[in-house]
Design a protein around this ligand. Structure first.
Ligand SMILES: Cc1cc2nc3c(=O)[nH]c(=O)nc-3n(C[C@H](O)[C@H](O)[C@H](O)COP(=O)(O)OP(=O)(O)OC[C@H]3O[C@@H](n4cnc5c(N)ncnc54)[C@H](O)[C@@H]3O)c2cc1C
Ligand SMILES: NC(=O)c1ccc[n+]([C@@H]2O[C@H](COP(=O)([O-])OP(=O)(O)OC[C@H]3O[C@@H](n4cnc5c(N)ncnc54)[C@H](O)[C@@H]3O)[C@@H](O)[C@H]2O)c1
Length: 437
């Protein structure tokens, strides 16, 4: 039996950050991965998605500026984008394994499961360690209708050799909206099948504008029907009508814990993931969990997976000394236009009984947006009674960078007065900040 100081299961952002800290502290470690090394974000998540979204945004921007004099036709070629994405995503396992080999970390590829509280078996090899980190992320939720297995998931999108003529997307979260806009801008016919409130973690006024813009660019948005079965490339709906084309299952992601036999190791779980305390320690004190798989208060986003990997590693080294910080989570849906939020929504602030006021601004007439003909630009900012930003919600071309600024303002507790006197370059989206709060 091979022994290590720490065994990390999973090789994404959480695992990667933890491995560096544990190895730098002199720990003998192993990383186990049951797919290709490197995790979701660079291989089938944020990074390849953003490469497609950049194309979609460029086309959207050119379209918007037609009235201002942009001429000629512009189109997006799926195969060329895919070629570039493949070059990038297929390089990840090699660069990751090279890096970890240089750090003298042992790597195992296969399906591990616990056989007791400090040992696992992987492909017939028994490995043991006094400490483990579970960092196995999430996986697409199966689509629970007859023939649901014929639907593709976001994992499969990057394997599509050609652009689907029609794509029908089930779900109304990040993945549904991002891919609806990407496929529409590339030229597919797109249907969005929405069961309940769209993007429910986001501000309703912002989401309303996004849904209207989705319809405006030709996405068919349907709230009236549900998918009932899939036969090959035929999707049957609850009103007995059918749609032909590719079905994308975007109904959410579930923790990847199924085959680990965590109960054998005394690790409690539920449908949200591995139970952890504020130090990311599980119900077995020698086992920690970090990233998307951990049912911590953090959203399932890359920066938080990395942060949790670092915190778990430090607590594994030094005892439970680092609690998860309470930080506002900036997050963006990369649609065309993008939407973004940080801090509290109105619903959350009301539920917490906070005394606050709301400032809504239609920014479309600001020169920053009228010069690019962006008619959707809008912000909603929540200000506490003592004049601090506690939440910001944005739609518009500049939403991603604006939300990072709002995040900086909230995290550094800059008051309204501070923000009014910030020196920023003009003419930029940041130079409008003073009018938004
Ligand atoms: C399409 C898509 C787009 C996204 N876009 C964004 C974005 O724009 N911004 C953002 O912040 N976040 C985005 N995310 C979320 C982001 O990818 C995740 O939050 C992040 O990758 C989580 O990191 P992690 O280390 O917790 O898990 P992962 O990166 O998922 O790594 C877990 C690893 O564990 C492996 N594994 C699973 N089960 C086992 C097992 N039993 N044994 C061994 N190994 C196992 C997996 O194969 C995987 O390699 C996106 C996600 C998706 C799916
Ligand atoms: N830009 C980003 O940062 C980004 C992009 C993609 C994914 N992510 C991360 O990945 C996570 C997963 O994304 P996601 O879009 O898969 O999940 P999600 O939780 O954002 O959305 C799932 C959607 O599916 C709907 N749904 C669930 N079951 C359904 C059913 N049976 N029929 C119809 N609709 C159903 C839900 O109501 C919801 O609208 C996100 O929560 C986020 O943390 C982030």
């Amino acid at each position: 039996m091979k022994r290590y100081d720490v065994i990390i299961i999973g090789s994404g952002s959480a695992a990667s950050q933890a491995a560096t800290i544990l190895r730098d502290a002199g720990k003998e470690i192993a990383i186990i991965e049951n797919w290709t090394f490197g995790g979701t974000c660079p291989q089938r998540g944020c990074d390849p998605k953003k490469m497609l979204a950049e194309g979609a945004e460029l086309l959207a921007r050119a379209e918007r500026m037609r009235e201002l004099g942009v001429e000629g036709s512009l189109s997006l070629d799926w195969s060329s984008f895919k070629k570039r994405i493949d070059e990038y995503r297929f390089s990840i396992p090699t660069s990751k394994t090279q890096h970890w080999n240089e750090m003298n970390i042992d790597l195992y590829q296969g399906e591990p499961h616990f056989i007791d509280k400090d040992s696992i078996v992987i492909d017939g090899h028994e490995l043991s360690a006094p400490q483990f980190l579970i960092a196995t992320g999430q996986t697409p939720r199966p689509l629970d209708i007859p023939g649901g297995e014929h639907a593709i998931t976001s994992d499969d999108v990057f394997d599509l050799e050609s652009l689907p003529k029609s794509i029908h997307i089930v779900g109304a979260g990040y993945i549904a909206f991002e891919f609806a806009h990407i496929f529409r801008r590339f030229g597919s016919e797109v249907t969005l099948l929405i069961r309940s409130r769209a993007l429910k973690a986001f501000d309703p006024n912002v989401v309303h504008r996004l849904v209207e813009e989705s319809k405006h660019i030709g996405i068919t948005v349907r709230h009236d029907v549900e998918p009932t079965r899939i036969d090959g490339n035929i999707l049957t709906l609850s009103d007995d009508s059918t749609l032909e084309g590719v079905v994308l299952n975007a109904t959410g992601r579930i923790p990847s814990i199924e085959r680990l036999h965590l109960d054998t190791a005394g690790v409690e779980t539920d449908h949200d993931g591995v139970h952890v305390n504020g130090y990311l320690q599980t119900s077995n004190p020698n086992i920690y969990a970090a990233g998307d798989v951990a049912s911590s208060p953090n959203p399932a986003l890359t920066p938080f997976a990395g942060q949790e990997g670092r915190i778990a590693a430090l607590n594994m080294l030094h005892g439970n000394t680092r609690a998860l910080p309470e930080r506002p989570a900036p997050t963006i849906v990369f649609t065309t236009p993008p939407i973004a939020k940080v801090g509290l929504t109105v619903e959350e602030a009301e539920a917490e009984g906070i005394d606050f006021e709301v400032k809504e601004t239609d920014m479309s007439h600001f020169l920053t947006y009228s010069r690019i003909n962006d008619a959707t630009a809008y912000t909603k900012v929540l200000l506490s009674a003592d004049d601090y930003v506690i939440g910001a919600h944005v739609i518009g071309h500049h939403a991603p960078e604006l939300i990072n600024l709002f995040s900086f303002i909230i995290q550094n507790k800059l008051s309204h007065q501070h923000v009014k006197h910030l020196e920023v370059a003009y003419p930029t989206a940041a130079s409008d900040l003073t009018y938004l709060i």
